[in-house]
Write a protein that binds this ligand. Structure first.
Ligand code: NAP
Ligand code: 8YV
Length: 314
């Protein structure tokens, strides 16, 4: 029987997938090691281990000390955890898991839109704390006829559009360049915000997008506007967002992602006008399984010497 390929697993990204990797490959669990043990493990694998599996949003930098590294298979679509300066220079291939998570993330985006616009969380508390016996819950706003402005309309964005259209929302968007579809294109985030009732962020992380949604965008969105973030927290100036919420510059926000996860600023936790989720966009059992299977398929393709299923262009 041929020996199993060596695989360095950098972090505990998804238990079920790691169990599958353990049975299929000769795995080494980097995250379980102390700092000293990590160095020893890398030395032991030098020249023999060509592949790493990791969460796409974080990857221990020590993996780049592996001089035989040729491939990093990531779990997740946003690859901001990868150092593309290193992978580009050394010709290390990278894969991610696009597409299979579109529906799950789009569902969470719609849940955040409904929860913020209709005040679902506040209404739940209203029933539980007995307030209903004393007064009626204040009227909220309708979705039909409002404009949803999407920053970063790509794969997940289109799954959100499919849902939003059935809620009778109008669609507008900002990308780096216009696309051949029927929605209104805006070349600036602030102009999009000014014409949106709900501004939804789907930008990837990384230096190019760092804090590009800030005070100007929130001022343009205005006091009735809602901000939703299911992209990356790093693309939002979180201080400007907190100020916008505290000062009534915008009406509310629904957030799945944050600048410094899992840390969520106390002022956001204390705000009545925000719905906070712990980065669960793709977090269903089915979607996580599909993402994990795609990680495995990419590893199999790499070791078979055939094209990767979902290689990240560098
Ligand atoms: P995608 O298909 O690549 O869509 C992203 C869009 O953003 C692209 O269409 C791109 O269009 C646009 N874009 C990129 N950089 C931009 C910039 N600097 N300025 C303006 N527009 C820019 O990616 P996706 O699969 O939809 O995923 C989007 C992001 O969602 C991921 O990167 C990840 O960060 C996040 N995500 C979050 C969760 C969650 O659990 N909350 C789950 C999965 C993914 P142009 O090239 O035309 O600019
Ligand atoms: C995470 C995500 O990977 O794919 C992405 O970019 O942000 C998410 O799918 C997931 O939450 C990790 O468990």
């Amino acid at each position: 029987m041929p020996s199993k390929e060596k695989l360095l697993v950098a972090n505990k990204f998804h238990r079920e997938t790691i169990v599958k990797l353990d049975s299929q490959f000769d795995t080494h669990h980097l995250w379980k090691c102390s700092a000293k043990e990590k160095h020893e493990l890398i030395q032991m694998l030098q020249g023999e281990c060509k592949a790493v599996a990791t969460g796409s949003w974080e990857c221990d930098e020590i993996v780049y000390e592996l001089n035989s590294l040729e491939f990093i298979a990531t779990f997740g679509v946003g690859v901001d955890g990868i150092d593309f300066d290193v992978t580009g220079k050394r010709g290390i291939k990278v894969s991610n898991t696009p597409g299979v998570l579109n529906d799950a993330v789009a569902d969470i985006a719609m849940a955040l839109i409904l929860a913020t616009v209709r005040g679902i969380i506040k209404a739940d508390k209203f029933v539980r704390n007995g307030s209903w016996a004393l007064s009626l819950f204040p009227a909220s706003h309708s979705l039909a006829g409002k404009t949803l402005g999407i920053i970063g309309l790509g794969r997940i964005g289109h799954a959100i559009v499919d849902r939003a259209l059935t809620f009778k929302l109008n669609i507008a968007y900002h990308n780096r360049s216009p696309k051949p579809h029927p929605y209104s294109y805006y070349s600036s985030i602030s102009e999009l915000a000014a014409d949106s009732d709900i501004l939804l962020n789907l930008l990837p992380g990384g230096d190019e997008t760092r804090e590009i949604i800030g005070k100007e965008a929130f001022l343009s969105l205005g006091p009735d506007g809602i901000f939703i973030n299911v992209g990356r927290g790093s693309s939002v100036d979180e201080h400007a967002l907190i100020e916008a919420l505290d000062q009534g510059i915008i009406a509310g926000a629904g957030l799945d992602v944050y600048a410094n996860e899992p840390v969520v600023p106390a002022s956001l936790k204390g705000s009545e006008n925000v719905v906070l989720l712990p980065h669960i966009g793709s977090g269903t059992i089915e979607t996580s399984r599909d993402m994990g299977n795609l990680v495995i398929q990419n590893l199999e393709a790499f070791f078979d010497g055939i094209p990767l299923i979902t290689e990240v262009a560098q």
